[in-house]
Design a protein around this ligand. Structure first.
Ligand SMILES: *Cc1c(COP(=O)(O)O)cnc(C)c1O
Length: 476
């Protein structure tokens, strides 16, 4: 039975102040001022219930109710309850465009534009010249055309939406010819055959997984053909005995038979990345020049902007796309447009891009600089981890991510944590990984090959200071 006699229990309970008395105390008035009365009251009630239950169960450790302790506990609960679920983290995964960690980080000019758009009214759909209602696409379509060589442009919520809208507007109840080698699935729920049926278009597969010829497209074109579609095989590569018909290879057939070419470029870069030693990707401009009539691509992959789906191409086709009712459902918000314009403007000065565009700066960060950062940070991590872990600076390879150039890797450096005793330490390494993930600003690395690996490519100067400060903790 209980260690507390009923007389003792009565005595304990007698000292419990009423909820009203507690709420009237100075500390609780302050809490109510911050969190609101209802929330403080509910938290206090549940704390008191907890104390009462413990006392009634005869728990010997429960003494008389301690008001300062109760206050501290309620305050902790309130802070915990109201801590943002949406948190910023350290991306030390080595994947620069990490879909689960929010993809591209935006440059400062985009950030100030977003802040302004958040706090002030803007000409989102208001033509400042005529004083009449405007079209939100007008804010960026000229710039998109300038940078891609397209006649017209529009923008929607993401590239999946761009593909869905394009197919719905141009190929509903018609056929779309796609090579079997390009029927891709991109991360989770985006599969070309599914999007096709959602858009009400009939997929007409041609060729084989590894080889598709021009005559395959030619023979498949019929009276119901609306589009020849090409899809960037973003996240995998077909090697060996392969044959693909390029956009320029398809262009004469498309002209002759009067069937437009739609290209889902996926990442869709606006500049030739080889000038920075990065792997080659067809640019949007090259794709248009090669004969594509509509091109769709993401805003937050290699482009380095906010989440968005950009659609560029022939004026008549873009007009049709813009008129489709789904456009309204898939349109972008003002924050996206505010962020997109300054990012696109950076592309007008390509020689400065690697410094100004965060994504490109991270992708081109020299391995030496990353190594130096790793050496600066190593002692702090070694000290924070117990002696049974050994932290070393080692070379590793980063990835671009988001299905961009999947087979290519970027030489990098990072911290590698192993068990000091040379054991594999699977569970301990996972425990350390979890501990880092539970820090105020969670640190996201990965455990592979009996080591915890933290790639420091994405830890730039300001983050480096914060990372070390967090490891060191409040005053050592
Ligand atoms: C990433 C990707 C998509 C989806 O783009 P989101 O912007 O994530 O919606 C579609 N197609 C291809 C080829 C892609 O690489």
């Amino acid at each position: 039975m209980s260690d507390v006699t009923s007389a003792e229990l009565r005595a304990l309970m007698a000292h419990v102040p009423s909820v009203e008395q507690v709420m009237a105390s100075a500390a609780f008035v302050t809490l109510a001022g911050e969190f609101g009365r209802a929330q403080v009251l509910a938290t206090l009630r549940s704390a008191l219930d907890g104390w009462r239950a413990a006392a009634l169960s005869g728990c010997a450790s429960v003494g008389a109710l301690d008001l300062p302790e109760l206050t501290a506990s309620v305050e902790r609960s309130l802070h915990e309850r109201n801590r943002a679920r949406f948190r910023t983290v350290f991306n030390l995964t080595g994947t620069v465009l990490h879909t689960n960690l929010g993809r591209a980080l935006l440059p400062d000019t985009a950030i100030s534009a977003v802040v302004a758009a958040l706090t002030r009214p803007a000409n989102l759909e208001f033509d400042l010249e005529t004083g009449k209602r405007g079209d939100r696409d007008d804010l960026i379509d000229e710039l998109m055309c300038e940078l891609t060589g397209a006649e017209a442009a529009t923008v929607v919520n993401n590239n999946a939406a761009a593909v869905l809208l394009t197919l719905s507007a141009l190929a509903s109840r018609k056929e779309v010819i796609v090579s079997r080698g390009e029927l891709v699935e991109i991360g989770g729920a985006f599969r070309i055959p599914d999007i096709m049926s959602r858009a009400g278009a009939k997929l007409r597969e041609v060729g084989t997984t590894n080889r598709t010829h021009l005559k395959d497209y030619d023979e498949a074109i019929g009276p119901r053909t609306a589009l020849l579609m090409k899809v960037h095989t973003s996240n995998y590569a077909i090697n060996g005995f392969t044959k693909e018909v390029t956009v320029s290879g398809l262009a004469p057939l498309s002209k002759e038979r009067g069937v437009p070419i739609a290209v889902d470029l996926g990442s869709g870069t606006l500049v030739d990345l080889t000038q920075w030693g990065l792997p080659r990707e067809d640019t949007v401009r090259e794709t248009i020049l090669a004969g594509a009539d509509v091109v769709t691509f993401s805003g937050d992959k290699l482009l380095g902007g906010p989440q968005a789906g950009l659609i560029v191409g022939r004026r008549d086709l873009i007009a049709k796309i813009k008129k489709h009712p789904l456009k309204r459902a898939l349109r972008v918000g003002k924050l996206t447009l505010a962020a997109l314009e300054p990012v696109l403007q950076l592309y007008r000065a390509p020689e400065l891009l690697a410094e100004r565009l965060t994504t490109l700066r991270l992708l081109t960060r020299p391995a030496d600089a990353i190594r130096a950062a790793a050496e600066r940070v190593q002692p702090a991590l070694q000290r924070a981890a117990a002696e049974r872990y050994t932290v070393l600076v080692e070379p590793m390879f980063s990835q671009i991510g988001s299905g961009a150039l999947p087979v290519e890797v970027l030489p990098s450096y990072g911290l590698v944590v192993r068990m000091t005793d040379g054991k594999r330490g699977g569970r301990q390494l996972l425990a350390l990984e979890k501990k880092l993930r539970e820090m105020p600003r969670p640190v996201i690395g990965r455990v592979a090959d009996d080591a915890l690996r933290l790639d420091l490519r994405c830890l730039e100067a300001a983050d480096e200071a914060e990372f070390v400060a967090q490891l060191v903790g409040p005053e050592e």
